[in-house]
Design a protein around this ligand. Structure first.
Ligand SMILES: Cc1ncc(COP(=O)(O)O)c(C=O)c1O
Length: 367
C-alpha cells in the first residue's frame, strides 16, 4: 500500500498543527465548568466593534451573492487610512493568510526564513508547509528580538524575515534605532515581514511604524489585523501593505474570494469606530496596570508588555495552566513557544482579570 505521507514534502508530513487557545465551549464540555473566562488568545474582551455588528446585520440579506473578489472598497479605505496607493494594499482573511501566502510564494526546499526563537508559532509552520528551512535566532535577554543577530543570520538563501513587533508571546518591542540599523543591513533579495498585529496598543514614542520605511530599494511587507483592537477575530480579516509587485504576486496565489462579504462590510465600519478603539485602549491599559501590580504583589515575574497580553513566569507552566483550567480560567501554556515555566495571560475585563488573579493566587500559593 502506498504511504500517502511519502507523496508530500517531508517537512509538511512532519508538521504538528497550530494549537489555538482552548475555546470556552470546549472547557465547558470537557470539565463541565460553566462561566469560564478565556484569557488565552489576545482577543478584545469588550467584544466586536458595535458598528461592525450593525454593518453585518444590514448585509445579511445579501448572503446569496458572492463577495467582491477584489475587496475593492475595503482596500480603498485601508489605502486612505495609511495614505498609500490602493495597489499597495492586500486584504486577507487574517494576517495568518498573508504569512502563509508569503511562505508559499517565496520559499521552497533549499530556501530559508529567519525569525526569533520565541515568536509567533505560525512562522515555522508556514515555512515548513512551503518546504523551506527555519533559521531560528536566539533572543537578546530571553525575550526580545536581537535584530543584529537576525541580520547576521541572513544568507544568500534567505527570502523572508518574520518580525513580530510587538512580539507574541513576549509583548516586547524593538525601537526605531535598532530597526533602522537592521534595515541598513538587510540585502535586497530578502522580504522583511513586519507583523504589527498589536500596533494600535503601543504607546512607546520610540516604537517604529514600518510603513514609514517602505521605499523602492527594499522589500517590506507591513501586516496589520482586525482581530485584536477591532475585536473581529472570529471574522478573519487582516491586511498587508507592500510594493504593488508583491501585492500582485499575493493576488496570484490567493483564493478568489478570500474575505467574506460580511468581513468586508464589518471591517470598513470598524475602522471608523474610534469610540470602540478608545474604550479598548482604556480597558487594556487599566488591565495591564492592575495585572502587573498584582503580579508584583505576589512576587510573580513577568515581562512588561506593549500589547494586550502578559508573559508570566509561574514555575511549571503546564501544571499552572491545568490548575487554572479547573478553576474555569483559560490562559495559554507556553511549552510550544519554548517557555515551559511561563503562561501567557491575555488582558480581560476588570472582573475577568480579578478572577484570574484570585485563581492564580490559589493555584500558586494555597497550601
Ligand atoms: C504576532 C501575531 N501575528 C498575527 C496574528 C494573527 O492574526 P490574524 O487573526 O489576523 O490572523 C497574531 C494572533 O495572535 C499574532 O499574535
Amino acid at each position: 500500500m502506498i504511504k500517502v505521507e511519502d507523496l508530500v514534502l517531508p517537512s509538511v508530513a512532519a508538521i504538528n498543527p497550530y494549537e489555538p487557545g482552548k475555546p470556552i465551549e470546549e472547557l465547558q464540555r470537557e470539565l463541565g465548568i460553566g462561566e469560564a473566562v478565556k484569557l488565552a488568545s489576545n482577543e478584545n474582551p469588550l467584544g466586536p466593534s458595535p458598528r461592525a455588528v450593525s454593518a453585518i446585520k444590514a448585509s445579511l440579506a445579501d448572503l446569496n451573492r458572492y463577495p467582491d473578489g477584489a475587496n475593492y472598497e475595503l482596500r480603498r479605505r485601508i489605502a486612505a487610512r495609511h495614505q498609500v496607493d490602493p495597489r499597495c494594499v492586500f486584504a486577507a482573511g487574517g494576517s495568518v493568510e498573508v504569512i502563509n501566502l508569503l511562505a508559499f510564494l517565496f520559499l521552497r526546499p533549499g530556501l530559508n526564513a529567519v525569525f526569533s526563537e520565541h515568536s509567533f508559532a505560525i512562522y515555522p509552520l508556514a515555512t515548513h508547509a512551503a518546504g523551506g528551512t527555519c533559521r531560528v535566532v536566539p533572543t537578546i535577554d530571553g525575550y526580545s528580538h536581537d535584530l543584529d543577530a537576525i541580520a547576521s543570520a541572513i544568507d544568500a538563501d534567505t527570502r523572508l524575515v518574520f518580525l513580530a513587533n510587538p512580539n507574541n508571546p513576549t509583548g516586547t518591542i524593538y525601537h526605531r534605532a535598532e530597526w533602522k540599523r537592521f534595515l541598513g543591513r538587510v540585502p535586497e533579495h530578502v522580504v522583511i515581514v513586519a507583523d504589527e498585529a498589536y500596533f494600535e496598543f503601543v504607546r512607546d514614542p520610540e516604537y517604529p511604524d514600518s510603513l514609514d520605511d517602505h521605499n523602492d530599494a527594499r522589500l517590506i511587507v507591513t501586516m496589520r489585523t482586525f482581530s485584536k483592537i477591532f475585536g473581529l477575530a472570529g471574522l478573519r480579516a487582516g491586511y498587508a501593505v507592500a510594493r504593488p509587485e508583491i501585492v500582485r504576486l499575493l493576488n496570484n496565489v490567493r483564493q478568489p474570494f478570500n474575505l467574506t462579504s460580511l468581513a468586508q462590510v464589518a471591517v470598513i465600519a470598524a475602522m471608523d469606530d474610534t469610540q470602540h478603539v478608545e474604550r479598548t485602549l482604556k480597558v487594556n491599559a487599566e488591565g495591564v496596570a492592575y495585572l502587573e501590580a498584582e503580579f508584583r504583589r505576589m512576587g510573580i515575574a513577568f515581562v512588561p508588555t506593549h500589547g494586550n497580553f502578559i508573559l508570566t513566569e509561574v514555575g511549571d507552566g503546564r501544571t499552572v495552566y491545568d490548575a487554572l483550567l479547573r478553576k474555569g480560567v483559560i490562559v495559554r501554556a507556553m511549552n510550544g513557544y519554548g517557555y515551559p515555566r511561563h503562561v501567557r495571560i491575555s488582558v480581560g475585563l476588570p472582573e475577568e482579570n480579578r478572577r484570574l488573579i484570585e485563581a492564580l493566587e490559589q493555584v500558586m500559593f494555597a497550601k
